[in-house]
Structure formats: structure tokens, C-alpha cells
Design a protein. Structure first.
Length: 182
């Protein structure tokens, strides 16, 4: 992965914000901004909050970021400014939006349409989720596959893993992030 310096990151994050602002207008027009999907409930995250969070956490020191249930891809693009980033999304419509955004945003990221419960998470040192429920099946998978020292970022306070150590609680403008270490 090519290193993106701080100034270039700020420029690219503005492009990400612009592209997702256009996408949000389409969501509002189509009444699809908040909706149930094949894998859960979709609501877009705030790009500024994501950028601030990933900056605070020093994501550029990490090797491999994965977003489980990556929705329309915005967290993956922001993470891709700092490290190698990928997203897994089950819903075909949201996956299509991620792929469309790849044509508009010049950040090298990877998207896969699949059920993240079937993915190998063992190579990721940062796992990001924005769950809509406490997900015990996922917790068993994380216990099995996360490597010691890996970080789990939960982008809300709904899901609190039972077998991980809470490192930080970060209050953002639009949400709260809980950061756990295995």
C-alpha cells in the first residue's frame, strides 16, 4: 500500500465526504437511508467521525483493517487512507454502491459480497463493526479467529463483547466508539 501523507488524507477525505453526500441525497430521494437489509439494519456512518476515530487510534500503524457488514463502504474508504482496508457486505444493493464508489474515490480498497461469518478474520489486526444487535455468533467467531493483540472497534454501544478487554470509549459527534483488545 502506498503511504498517504496527512495533507493528502485531508484532501481525499473531502472527496469521500462529497461522494457520500451525493449518495445520501439518493438515499433520501429513494427513502432508503435507514433500512433493513439481508444482514441487519443499515444507517450510514459520519465520514468526519470515522476520520477522527481512525486518526485517534493511529490506524496507520496497523496492517489490515476489515469492516464486517461494510454497508455502502464509507468506513472502508476512510480506513484505506491509513492502512490496507477491506469490507464484507452481504446485501447486494449496498455492495453495488460500494463498487460504484470505488470508481469515484481513489483509495485502494477491496470489497467482497459475502456473509462475514464465513470469512477468515485471522489476518486482520483491526476489525470494525457497526452492529444493530448483540451478536453472540460473531463473538464466538472473534474468539476463535482474532489474533492476540488485535483490535475490535465497535461503532456504537449496542454490542459489548464478553471476552475482550475494553481499551477506550471514544465519544464522537454522531456516535460512540468502543475499542477492545484481544
Amino acid at each position: 500500500m502506498a503511504i498517504i501523507d496527512a495533507e493528502e488524507r485531508k484532501k481525499i477525505v473531502e472527496t469521500i465526504k462529497e461522494e457520500y453526500k451525493k449518495q445520501e441525497a439518493r438515499y433520501l430521494r429513494d427513502k432508503t437511508y435507514l433500512r433493513h437489509t439481508l444482514g441487519g439494519y443499515f444507517a450510514g456512518s459520519a465520514v468526519d467521525d470515522l476520520f477522527h476515530l481512525f486518526s485517534l487510534l493511529g490506524l496507520s500503524r496497523c496492517r489490515n483493517f476489515i469492516d464486517l457488514g461494510s454497508g455502502d463502504g464509507r468506513a472502508v474508504f476512510v480506513a484505506g487512507l491509513f492502512t490496507q482496508a477491506s469490507g464484507i457486505e452481504l446485501d447486494p444493493d449496498l455492495f453495488s454502491i460500494s463498487k460504484m464508489m470505488q470508481e469515484r474515490i481513489s483509495v485502494p480498497v477491496l470489497f467482497t459480497q459475502a456473509d462475514f461469518l464465513d470469512a477468515d478474520l485471522s489476518q486482520s489486526d483491526v476489525i470494525f463493526i457497526n452492529p444493530d444487535t448483540h451478536f453472540y455468533v460473531l463473538e464466538k467467531k472473534l474468539d476463535r479467529e482474532m489474533q492476540p493483540g488485535s483490535m475490535l472497534i465497535v461503532y456504537n454501544a449496542v454490542y459489548k463483547p464478553l471476552n475482550m478487554r475494553l481499551l477506550k470509549e471514544i465519544q464522537l459527534k454522531g456516535s460512540k466508539a468502543l475499542v477492545y483488545k484481544k
